[in-house]
Ligand binder design. Structure first.
Ligand code: PLP
Length: 439
């Protein structure tokens, strides 16, 4: 660390190196010795670091914050439950059904649901349920999607090390060591929006395909969207083949609309996973869908096992109940979308002024920025965008008080509290950041 303006950050990182691998609690929080961030506090759409620099935050903890940090309506509900009832008992509570009924009222494709503590756990539950229901093994995943940290989902299309001029597709590589080769055995990988590729997989191994799992808008690849025709094709291929369609709405759920991407597209998944925006920053997740599929979950040799000590604890569910009630009953989505659209306009003006070809992808609540002439249609296309320029621009924004992930695969997340962002200030900062990036 060599930033004299950040003595506290420097001290904390030094201390953390003695205590945690890489000096952080999560690999992705390590941004190098000079740029790793330690946060002291947060409020609304801002975070303040250990050295008292405040940032307008478009990273929002990778998406969970949908109303704003320390939203008093949500926090008050949690304080009430912990002071009056407790945090958890390992038994059922009235909150369980209350939250499921709220979700069902917002997401009509959910008939039955189970809770989890993270997106990873929700995906694991959904995938196991799909396999249990169909009696099949194979899971089809889409390049550029991300579905959590358990072994089977720790395989990726290695676009970073791929020569896009090559006739060969990218390698499928593990996220590091420690991932058994066997965990890849039942995975099939296809590029998004590629009709021939999905057709080929179904022709080759259709009889053993339990499910396709897809982020219908790639929240881990610059919000590149599946086309409605592609989603419709996946739906009908699953139907005619007896496979299930799992939509991973961990990032998009309760963020892009009450009913997630499924509401925007008018498409029904058999199973859906949720997490992030469901609890405005409290750890809560869920998976659910068709009642006949979910009912395979049961406590016998022919049933799917699901549970967990902390599942449906009262902190998580009181936060989910408060968050979902606000999202359901107020015009939060209108506010979020307006803020997102206004911010894109500001950024677009800046890019145009500097002669940078650019495209936005995805919905206003969670948009990607791609420097290039065309919106990428899948992860391989993304490689054609100028992601290096994006990273330079982003690092300059961070220096000047705008927080975001300096990787164009991570979208800009908008929360209700962004309605208060000073757009003139943002424009000036973006202008300066781009000028410095191209100097
Ligand atoms: N699914 C998607 C689409 C995600 O974006 C993520 C995390 O970013 C996960 C699953 C895993 O969620 P978690 O980090 O809560 O385990």
């Amino acid at each position: 660390m060599s930033n004299p303006a950040k003595p506290n950050t420097e001290r904390l990182l030094k201390q953390s190196h003695n205590n945690m691998p890489m000096g952080v609690a999560d690999n992705y929080r390590y941004w190098g010795e000079d740029n790793t961030v330690f946060v002291k506090s947060s409020k609304g759409c801002t975070i303040t670091d250990a050295d008292d620099q405040t940032f307008v935050d478009f990273r929002l903890a990778y998406g969970p914050i949908i109303l704003g940090y320390r939203d008093s309506r949500v926090d008050q509900a949690v304080i009430e439950v912990i002071t009056e009832r407790g945090t958890m008992s390992g038994f059922s509570t009235d909150l369980d059904s209350e939250v499921v009924e709220l979700v069902k009222s917002m997401c009509p494709n959910i008939e039955k649901m189970r809770f989890a503590n993270s997106g990873t756990e929700a995906v694991l539950g959904a995938v196991r349920t799909a396999r249990g229901f169909t009696g099949r093994n194979k899971i089809v995943v889409v390049e550029g999607g991300f579905h959590g940290l358990y072994d089977e989902m720790m395989w990726k299309s290695d676009v970073d090390n791929w020569d896009s001029q090559s006739a060969q597709p990218p390698e499928i590589a593990a996220f590091g060591v420690g991932i058994p080769e066997a965990s890849r055995e039942h995975l099939e990988t296809v590029p998004l929006n590629d009709f021939a590729a999905i057709d080929e997989v179904f022709t080759r191994v259709g009889h053993d395909i339990a499910a396709i799992i897809i982020e219908p808008i790639l929240g881990n690849c610059g919000s590149i969207a599946s086309t409605p025709e592609y989603m419709q094709t996946l739906r009908s291929m699953c139907d005619s083949n007896g496979s299930l369609l799992i939509m991973d709405e961990v990032k998009t759920g309760f963020r892009v609309a009450k009913g997630g991407v499924q509401e925007l597209y008018g498409i029904k998944a058999d199973l859906t996973t949720y997490a992030k925006a469901m609890g405005n920053g409290y750890a809560v997740a869920a998976f659910g869908g068709r009642a006949d599929v979910m009912d395979i979950i049961s406590f016998n040799a022919k049933g799917v096992t699901h549970g967990g000590t902390y599942t449906a604890n009262m902190i998580a569910l009181s936060a989910a109940k408060a968050t979902l009630t606000i999202l359901n009953e107020t015009d939060a989505y209108g506010t979020i979308n307006n803020a997102g659209a206004a911010i894109q306009q500001v950024l677009s003006r800046v890019f145009t002024k500097h002669g940078i070809a650019h495209k936005f992808a995805g919905p206003d609540a969670m948009f990607g920025i791609h420097f290039g002439e065309a919106v990428p249609t899948n992860y391989r296309d993304w490689k054609e965008t100028d992601s290096a320029l994006y990273t330079e621009f982003a690092m300059n924004l961070i220096k000047h008080g705008v927080m975001l992930e300096p990787d164009s695969r991570e979208p800009w997340f908008i929360c209700e509290a962004h309605k208060d962002v000073d757009l003139a200030w943002l424009e000036a900062v973006a202008d300066q950041s781009m000028a410095e990036a191209i100097a």
